[in-house]
Design a protein around this ligand. Structure first.
Ligand SMILES: Nc1ncnc2c1ncn2[C@@H]1O[C@H](COP(=O)(O)OP(=O)(O)OP(=O)(O)O)[C@@H](O)[C@H]1O
Ligand SMILES: [Mg+2]
Length: 259
């Protein structure tokens, strides 16, 4: 079932007398419970598109529906969980207290139920943070903090997760490990995810669908359905099928770069 429909949207930014055309005529259909990545050169409008889907920015033209309503309505209905580039954790709260944040922010006077609190702990254990429930963010490494941010989004109750390069501040090995943990969590919870990345390998490994975008103004070069088996683990990356997808997407991005 199509859950998010992006229909021919365009967006220009005006700064003094300069106009930047960020997106032109972009259309995507996202099925419920699928993992979709946005990839493309820097400045091609990936973050803008993500923000428009999440109701944080509006398009100039075109139409977006999220479960039949507008992004702004979906946002006020708590449909979205955001995972930014750097983990947005409150330094004065412990890990487990930070996990409660979406419930308190989203619903005035809201609280986690005992089941939700148990699920939050289970998610933290699944990414190796079971021993750190009472630790403060400054006592964790960058990668550990980012894991808290990711599992918090899964625990937040929001059916759609919007992730904007959540691994970009991490070193390569940590980034790989978190990618494997994310795929495991996602395969269990099957939320609808829109994920922005610059990493082709990451996009192929994680996604059901990859939206390849061109240089500014961001347009869609191709939408690639990734027909690789699940569950996915690191062995997949050794297969020729996986390599073929990586090669194909690299070709698309290179083609656009050369134009
Ligand atoms: N609030 C804004 N005001 C003016 N221009 C903006 C604004 N936000 C984005 N832009 C412009 O729109 C274009 C697309 O920006 P966007 O951040 O969406 O790109 P991106 O694909 O996410 O890039 P990156 O990969 O570097 O994060 C850029 O040229 C940027 O300068
Ligand atoms: Mg961006």
């Amino acid at each position: 079932m199509t859950y998010i429909t992006v229909n021919r949207i365009s967006k220009k930014f005006k700064r003094r007398d300069q106009i930047t055309e960020a997106l032109r005529d972009v259309g995507i259909e996202i099925e419920q419970g699928t993992f979709v990545s946005l990839i493309g050169p820097s400045g091609c409008g990936k973050s803008t598109l993500l923000r428009i889907i999440g109701g944080l920015e509006t398009a100039d033209d075109g139409d977006i529906r999220v479960g039949g309503v507008t992004p702004i309505e979906a946002q006020s209905d708590k449909q979205f969980g955001f995972v930014p580039q750097a983990p947005a954790l409150f330094p004065w709260r412990t890990v487990i207290e930070n996990m409660r944040l979406p419930f308190e922010v989203n619903r005035k006077g809201g609280r986690q139920t005992p089941e939700q609190s148990e699920e939050a702990k289970e998610l933290l254990r699944s990414v190796g943070l079971g021993e750190f429930l009472d630790a403060y963010p400054k006592e964790l490494s960058g990668g550990m903090q980012q894991r808290v941010g990711i599992v918090r989004a899964f625990a937040s109750g929001a059916p759609i997760l919007l992730m904007d390069e959540p691994f970009s501040a991490l070193d390569e090995i940590t980034r790989e490990m978190i990618r494997y943990q994310l795929v495991e969590i996602w395969e269990k919870h099957k939320k609808t995810v829109v994920f922005v990345t610059h990493s082709i390998r990451e996009a192929v490994f994680l996604s059901d669908k990859i939206v390849v975008m061109s240089n500014r103004p961001g347009r869609i070069s191709e939408i690639v359905d990734v027909d690789l088996p699940r569950p996915r683990s690191h062995e997949l990356e050794e297969t020729s099928e996986y390599q073929r997808y990586v090669h194909h997407i690299k070709g698309l991005l290179r083609e656009r770069w050369e134009q």
